[in-house]
Design a protein around this ligand. Structure first.
Ligand code: GAL
Length: 410
């Protein structure tokens, strides 16, 4: 029997339109979420050219994006968020999305705190994908029980639980060695000590007295206490490797945003049951936000522009918002999406977001680039990671260094 003729792919099957998307979602849970976006576009006959750059937090991805843009060959779309949108908007690279936003009513659909982040000089330059809550503590309950420890709800009860775990020879806290992971821990300690107003005065207003004052010294003091409960020598540990340590019973707790929830789900663990979610100790009732978004780089041909507009519009449909956020561990940016089927952690996140939005106590994540420019963020990263790894950590000196470093980065 002759081999079946291998026909050239039918031209009708080749997507005419295509988007090349730069992102850093390469962990198991992140891949599942990215595949929801890919599927949503392919259903509309838009090809997906995956441009994934590994490295949680996106630092490597941003380096690659800069080289692509500078060489005049930017991707169609890139995962860009927070203050980076202002910097890229100022450089003139980003497509104006007002037409799609007006058609779909983004100003009515989105919480004001989110629509403001998406605009440069009053025009939409990005579409928001999700709302991640960063001030979470994830817990393996079996290990806590084994050590006779209880779920912490304050810094003091956290240190008590961590001490019991340490005495039981269980690694209390899993933390990777990236500065952004250390700052994710630092910012939750800061929120616990300073409260939302103090946090914003320090890290949004960049008030020098707040940055160098006694309360910031106490933040560094509490942060230093954390070190004894973290296996600091773990090298090159991705955030997702730290999440895996909880699943494998190699560590009891992880301070991380709820993208970790997507990872626990992808690893087969039920968040809120097999891996517990509690607000980072001392931050009960508060909400540190991280908003993922996609920006679109200027391209001249109509097919690319149409594909970009379709991608932006698709991301804010209720169906996509529901399916994507179920996989990503975040909650929808639209407040009118049915949360049936979301787990208790996400429901708690949604309740906390709405409460903090009403009370104007939402705080932006420092580690995720939502609080300040990349220059100020880099200054904070340097001071915090140096302090965390210093043999002679001095809280008072660190607070003064922080104020000076931020001042010079403004
Ligand atoms: C953040 C991003 C999240 C999550 C995390 C870990 O910057 O906003 O979506 O993926 O990095 O890679």
């Amino acid at each position: 029997m002759s081999a079946p003729a291998i026909s050239a792919p039918d031209a009708a099957q080749q997507p005419e339109q295509e988007v090349e998307v730069l992102h850093w979602w390469t962990a198991k849970g992140e891949i599942k979420a990215a595949e929801v976006l890919q599927g949503s576009l392919e259903q509309q006959h838009i090809g997906w050219k995956n441009f994934a750059i590994a490295g949680g937090g996106g630092e490597s991805a941003m380096t690659v994006l800069k080289s692509r843009a500078v060489s005049g060959n930017p991707p169609s779309a890139a995962q860009l968020k927070g203050y980076d949108l202002q910097e890229w908007g100022m450089l003139g690279f980003l497509t104006n999305l007002d037409a799609v936003a007006n058609t779909q009513g983004w100003d009515q659909l989105l919480p004001p705190v989110i629509s403001q982040i998406m605009k440069y000089q009053g025009h939409y330059v990005a579409v928001p994908v999700n709302i991640h809550r960063v001030n979470w503590l994830w817990i393996n309950p079996e290990l806590l029980e084994k050590a006779g420890a209880t779920v912490p709800d304050s810094l003091e009860s956290f240190f008590a639980a961590a001490e019991k775990l340490k005495q039981a020879n269980i690694v209390p806290v899993a933390l990777g060695s990236d500065p952004w992971q250390e700052v994710t821990l630092f910012e939750s300690v800061a929120l616990a000590v300073l409260g939302p107003q103090g946090y914003r005065r320090a890290f949004v207003d960049l008030d020098p007295d707040m940055l160098s004052g006694e309360s910031m010294v106490d933040v560094f003091r509490q942060f230093e206490r954390m070190r004894q409960y973290i296996d600091v020598k773990t090298k090159a540990l991705e955030w997702s490797d730290a999440s895996a340590m909880l699943v494998e019973g190699k560590a009891a707790m992880q301070f991380m945003g709820d993208w970790a929830k997507g990872e626990f789900s992808a690893l087969g663990k039920a968040p809120g049951q097999e891996i517990l979610c509690v607000p980072a100790p001392g931050t009960q009732g508060f909400f540190t936000y991280n908003i993922d978004s996609f920006a679109f780089f200027k391209h001249s041909d109509d097919l690319s522009i149409q594909a970009q507009e379709t991608m932006a519009q698709t991301i804010l449909t209720p169906a996509f918002q529901r399916e994507f956020n179920l996989a990503k561990g975040s909650i929808p940016v639209r407040t009118d999406v049915d949360l049936t089927g979301f787990d208790t952690c996400s429901l708690a996140s949604s309740t906390a977001f709405q409460l903090n939005q009403q009370n104007n106590t939402l705080v932006p994540s420092i580690s995720q680039g939502l609080a300040s420019t990349s220059y100020v963020q880099a200054a904070i990263f340097d001071v915090v990671t140096d302090f965390f790894h210093s043999k002679q950590a001095d809280p008072e000196k660190a607070a003064n260094q922080l104020a000076r470093a931020v001042k010079s980065a403004r």
